[in-house]
Design a binder for this molecule. Structure first.
Ligand code: UD1
Ligand code: CA
Length: 457
């Protein structure tokens, strides 16, 4: 078994993005480009992954965390100079080194794997992942000899007119014999149109030294897209989006209208769940089996169990159990825990609250900073008055309690087990279990009032 290493180039500013955000941190389907690359590499048996950071180094490191080692490229003098920074970690190692750009999020693990295998089978010192493009503008071109051998790569900006006609491009992903790579890097010069040290020059250097150089051409040119500006970002987004949707459909999820559905990377969905049009499922979301999500529902970072229905609603950073019904038009805000068989109906907002099994808030309620027990009925228009202008306070409603319509529960307050709150009450004191609390002024009827009004005119 040959040892394998990887270097990710992620030090550039990404000027063409015209953004405050460093290029490799721009998300594609909710996940930063460079994170896609790291995750792909982590699916392969690679001993050490080194990410070259520069612009936004701290932010890139925070994003990737301990899934990679890091080296700093202080000044961005080019891609060869960037790889050179990894010398301190990799120089003396024997094996195969994959070099990949942090701005090519679509290259799949299977393609990288095929590239490595091809490289090792050919006994090459350097292998380029290439693709054939209708419009190769901007990419480095693969220059081959008459007999078809790869000779070198020429950058778009340095290419002659005839070289510009070449449609086979350098995807920016390579495999090298590790020692040959660092040896050749020391020979790269910056006498070119951009005064940069080009990594692709390593190919020409190795070739001139008589080493075996090869190319592995992928037929899925969409994989190779390098994101340099926002047009390419949207193209990457489109390809990734379709890939994600197809993965879920192949796994047994029905997506009624893929064109109107957006699912970010790393979302998990169980079999026989149906995603209705207009749904947006963001990263960190896990959905169980046989759920119905949508239409028009946005879910972010929620764990939802089985056979739950969420229609026309939004839910964030929460846990939602099985057989739950939510919506239409409900808003589940962060840190909510919604147990099995709960019903949350139209125009109900839940924030940082727990609702026990079988409880219902069917219409027009605000439930914030509350602990609601099991089988509680929250009547229409009930509000937890959780905020006194300075602090948030807890409302507790114990199992089986019944809160009448249009009640205010002024926190901190506890409604005891099995207690009743009469409709229209403003509850400011604890209600003991099994009690009925009425907190509203009594009704008085003024008999004959209408007649009196007419008489007084
Ligand atoms: C590069 C290749 C080109 C290839 C294309 C594929 C070079 C010279 N050219 O061009 O042949 O067709 O990718 O997408 O390599 N970076 C650093 N430090 C630097 C410069 C760049 O870390 O000093 C990083 C960038 O952050 C980026 C990656 O390297 O992630 C590629 O750099 P970029 O400037 O986008 O290269 P391209 O012009 O796209
Ligand atoms: Ca690029």
């Amino acid at each position: 078994m040959i040892n394998r290493y990887a270097v990710i180039l992620a030090a550039g500013q990404g000027t063409r993005m015209k953004s405050k955000l460093y290029k490799v941190l721009h998300p594609v389907c909710g996940k930063p480009m460079v994170q896609h690359v790291v995750d792909h590499l982590n699916e392969l048996a690679i001993e050490t992954v080194v990410t070259v950071v520069g612009h936004g180094a701290e932010m890139v490191k925070t994003q990737i965390g301990d899934k990679s080692d890091y080296v700093l490229q202080d000044k961005q003098l080019g891609t060869a100079h960037a790889v050179m920074q990894a010398k301190e970690i990799l120089a003396d190692k024997k094996g195969t080194t994959v070099v990949i750009c942090g701005d090519t999020p679509l290259i799949s693990p299977s393609t990288i794997d095929a590239l490595i295998t091809h490289h090792e089978n050919m006994n090459s010192k350097g292998t380029i992942l290439t693709a054939r493009l209708e419009n190769p503008t901007g990419y480095g071109r693969v220059v081959r000899s008459e007999s078809g051998d790869v000779i070198r790569i020429v950058e778009h900006k340095d290419a002659s007119e005839s070289e510009l006609m070449i449609q086979e491009i350098n995807t920016g992903t390579y495999c090298f014999d590790n020692e040959a790579l660092f040896d050749a890097l020391s020979k790269v010069k910056n006498d070119n149109a951009q005064d940069e040290y080009y990594l692709p020059d390593v190919i020409g250097i190795l070739k001139s030294a008589g080493e075996i150089i090869s190319a592995y051409q992928t037929d899925d040119f969409l994989e190779t897209l390098g994101v340099n500006d926002r047009v390419q970002l949207s193209q990457a987004e489109k390809v990734m989006k379709q890939r994600i949707l197809e993965k879920h459909m192949r796994n047994g999820v029905s997506i009624v209208s893929p064109e109107q559905t957006y699912i970010e990377a790393d979302v998990m969905i169980g079999q026989d769940t149906v995603i209705q049009p207009g749904s947006i499922l963001r990263s960190g979301t896990i959905i169980g089996q046989e759920c119905v999500i949508g239409p028009n529902t946005e879910i972010s970072n929620c764990h939802i169990e089985n056979e739950t229905v969420i229609r026309h609603s939004t839910a964030y950073d929460s846990h939602i159990g099985s057989y739950v019904q939510i919506g239409p038009f409900a808003h589940i805000r962060p840190s909510s825990q919604i147990s099995d068989q709960v019903k949350i109906g139209n125009f109900v907002e839940v924030k940082k609250s727990t609702l026990g099994r079988g409880s219902k808030a069917s219409h027009l309620s605000y439930i914030g900073d509350a602990e609601i027990g099991e089988d509680v009925n929250i009547g229409c228009g009930t509000i937890t008055v959780n905020y006194d202008g300075r602090n948030k306070h807890l409302t507790k409603v114990e199992d089986g309690a019944f809160i009448g319509c249009n009640s205010n529960l002024v926190a901190p307050v506890t409604i005891g087990k099995g207690a009743y709150v009469a409709a229209g009450s403003t509850i400011t004191e604890n209600v003991p279990g099994e009690a009925l609390a009425i907190a509203r002024s009594r009704q008085t009827n003024k008999e004959g009032y209408t007649a009196r009004l007419t008489r007084d005119k």
